[in-house]
Design a protein around this ligand. Structure first.
Ligand code: 13P
Ligand code: SF4
Length: 330
């Protein structure tokens, strides 16, 4: 599918008219209230459109810490992103429009499991992907995102003077970091993965290369090793975005191995390029639980405790250290 089609001028149907009305109301409510809206690249293009900032998980953590002065932060992302923003902004109200928007990968690793790994491997630093619970972060030495994982692992291994680290919960990212850094990443656990990226197969990649002969294949490090090794580029959502932004004029076609929302962002921002999904239905249904209607409702009910993400103080006090350490390394 050629996603630049979304830029075509077509007669608005009822659905789009309704969206436009809601968007106008959201923009007016935003002006009346002390609110910043953050949206991850995997949100629908309409939600990205009403956000003050759109980015990857590292970029949004930095914005939450450094650039947000408003009393309320509405976070159109999954729960771990809102929790991270809340830990970094304990004086602000961080709101998740759909409280059920969670990342299933985080459930692969519990704080008790981390304590068990630490007992088994004393002296090794614990590196946790931000796609984890606040309790797990509280047991960690440093966090990472897919943008900075290689640098974080190199830095913490040097600090601890070791050549192995404990890494979880994504086993594919652990494998990627190990390949890139030559530092052993002991997986916590062996099988943690993302259901969106791990469904991308070698067959998908080969089929799309056959269809789009001169397409460059860009995949996320949460993909399995066999897929990563056949791709032209491996990187986080922000790295993929920048790879396209900085592409040569003759690089016109890109086959995208990550969630659909990033492809739509790039199709809007780079209309002279063409984008193709590596396989159909690469949707993170957890990210897509937010809607314009829910965001409007939250803006009308900013003090409704149902939407507020608050990490218990005793957990937040510990979890802030590995998050800040990650931001210092990045
Ligand atoms: P990024 O850090 O690349 O934005 O990825 C977040 C994520 O959840 C990937 O599935
Ligand atoms: Fe979690 Fe995967 Fe969705 Fe990212 S794409 S939020 S890792 S389930």
């Amino acid at each position: 599918m050629f996603y630049n089609d979304i830029n075509c001028g077509t007669k608005l149907d009822d659905g789009l008219l309704k969206d436009n009305e809601i968007i106008a109301e959201i923009n007016s409510l935003k002006k009346q209230n002390d609110v910043t809206i953050l949206a991850h690249y995997y949100q629908s293009i309409e939600i990205q459109g009403i956000a003050d900032y759109v980015g990857d998980s590292l970029g949004l953590s930095k914005i939450a810490k450094e650039k947000t002065n408003s009393k309320y932060i509405i976070f159109a992302g999954v729960d771990f992103m809102a929790e991270t923003a809340s830990i970094l902004n304990q004086d602000k109200h961080v709101l998740l429009p759909n409280p059920e928007s969670c990342c299933p990968m985080a459930a692969y690793l519990t704080a008790e499991m981390v304590r068990e790994y630490k007992r088994k491997y004393p002296g090794l630093p614990v590196v946790t992907y931000v796609n984890s619970t606040a309790e797990v972060k509280a047991e960690s030495d440093v966090c990472c995102t897919s943008s900075n994982a290689v640098n974080v692992v190199k830095s913490i291994a040097k600090e601890f003077d070791v050549n192995s680290v404990l890494f979880g919960p994504d086993s594919n990212l652990a494998d990627y970091v190990e390949q890139q850094s030559n530092i052993k990443c002991i997986k916590m656990p062996e099988d943690g993965h993302c259901y969106v990226h791990s469904q991308i197969s070698v067959d998908d990649l080969k089929r799309s290369r056959e269809l789009i002969k001169d397409g460059l294949v860009l995949v996320h490090p949460e993909c399995v090793r066999e897929v990563r090794e056949l791709a032209d580029f491996v990187g986080s959502t922000a790295h993929m975005y920048n790879r396209v932004k900085n592409s040569k004029i003759e690089e016109k076609k890109f086959i995208i191995g990550t969630e659909d929302g990033l492809m739509k962002r790039m199709a809007e921002d780079f209309p002279d390029k063409q984008f193709y999904p590596i396989r159909e239905k690469l949707i993170c249904y957890n990210m897509k639980k937010h809607t314009l209607e829910l965001i409007k409702y939250v803006l009308e009910n900013l003090d409704d405790p149902m939407f507020e993400v608050k990490v218990p103080a005793e957990i937040a006090e510990k979890a802030i250290f590995p998050i800040v350490k990650m931001l210092e390394i990045s």
